[in-house]
Write a protein that binds this ligand. Structure first.
Ligand code: NAD
Length: 252
């Protein structure tokens, strides 16, 4: 893949899947803007990539706040460097709360970050892509946006990710003739800090593995490889696709 000359923005790029995506995009020649709610994390990610000789900068975006998202999108555009690629990756997790006990606050926080945050990101960066008539957006959904994974109790997370999938298809259809493609990757369990809670719960972790045909977690690089393909012109016929990468989990 050759992404030289392209500007790519990744949200939640300070660690995990986002950082792996940032590195893959850099390797393909893009200039990558690593954004995160945490200044320390985005700056550490930038420094790690710069140390490898890649072209990267760090910025702060809280996807829970439209002004924060718009500010970076608009600043890049007014400097003549509007994003060509967006990876709408940032997200949070919470599991183990029975649906009947989910508080309004937990529900609203999850929807506000994982669904509304992805929407804010697509809207802000997509607007400038439409103005250029070219762009590729990749959202990070989840297999739990398609199936209800056991034994977690996370009605709000699953609902938010299902929303991300359908939002992706909806943007894709609206923008299909205007040069902007929008696709999603729906991963299985990926070995990132997000899963720390699960690894501490040995019976649940073992159950996950037993339910996964490949009997393993995914690695962030395995998601980044798909994101890179979707971000590049190699996937030029694809828009509105939800690409499952689940080690076979949804086969059973
Ligand atoms: P992670 O917790 O390792 O990293 C998430 C990053 O997002 C962190 O750097 C964090 O600071 C940042 N972040 C959190 N809230 C933010 C906000 N409001 N604004 C901007 N940045 C924020 O998570 P991960 O495992 O790399 O997950 C990345 C994405 O992949 C998420 O959308 C997650 O739902 C999705 N996903 C993860 C898994 C998994 O098993 N790890 C599986 C399927 C989907």
């Amino acid at each position: 893949f050759d992404l030289s000359g392209r500007v790519a923005v990744v949200t939640g790029a300070g660690q995990g899947i986002g950082l792996a995506c940032a590195e893959a995009l850099c390797e393909a020649g893009a200039h990558v803007v690593l954004t995160d709610i945490s200044t320390e994390r985005s700056e550490a990610g930038r420094a790690a990539l710069a140390a490898k000789g890649y072209s990267a900068e760090a910025d702060v975006i809280d996807i829970g706040d439209s002004a924060s998202v718009n500010a970076v999108a608009d600043r890049l555009a007014s400097a003549g460097r509007a994003a060509d690629i967006l990876v709408a990756n940032a997200g949070i997790a919470q599991a183990g709360v029975p649906g009947e006990d989910l508080s309004d606050a937990d529900w609203e926080r999850m929807i506000n970050i994982n669904l509304n945050g992805a929407f804010r990101s697509c809207r802000a960066f997509g607007k400038h892509m439409l103005a250029k008539g070219k762009g590729s957006i990749v959202t990070i959904g989840s297999m739990s946006g398609t199936i209800v994974n056991r034994p977690q109790q996370q009605v709000h997370y699953n609902a938010a990710k299902a929303g991300v999938h359908h939002m992706t298809r909806s943007f894709a259809a609206e923008w299909a003739t205007r040069g902007v493609r929008v696709n999603s990757v729906a991963p299985t369990y990926i070995d990132t800090p997000l899963l720390t809670f699960a690894k501490e719960d040995k019976p649940m972790y073992e159950q996950w593995l037993d339910m996964t045909p490949m009997h393993r977690l995914g690695h962030p690089d395995e998601i980044a490889a798909i994101v890179l393909f979707l971000a590049s012109d190699a996937s030029s016929l694809m828009t509105g696709s939800i690409v499952t990468a689940d080690a076979g989990y949804t086969c059973w």
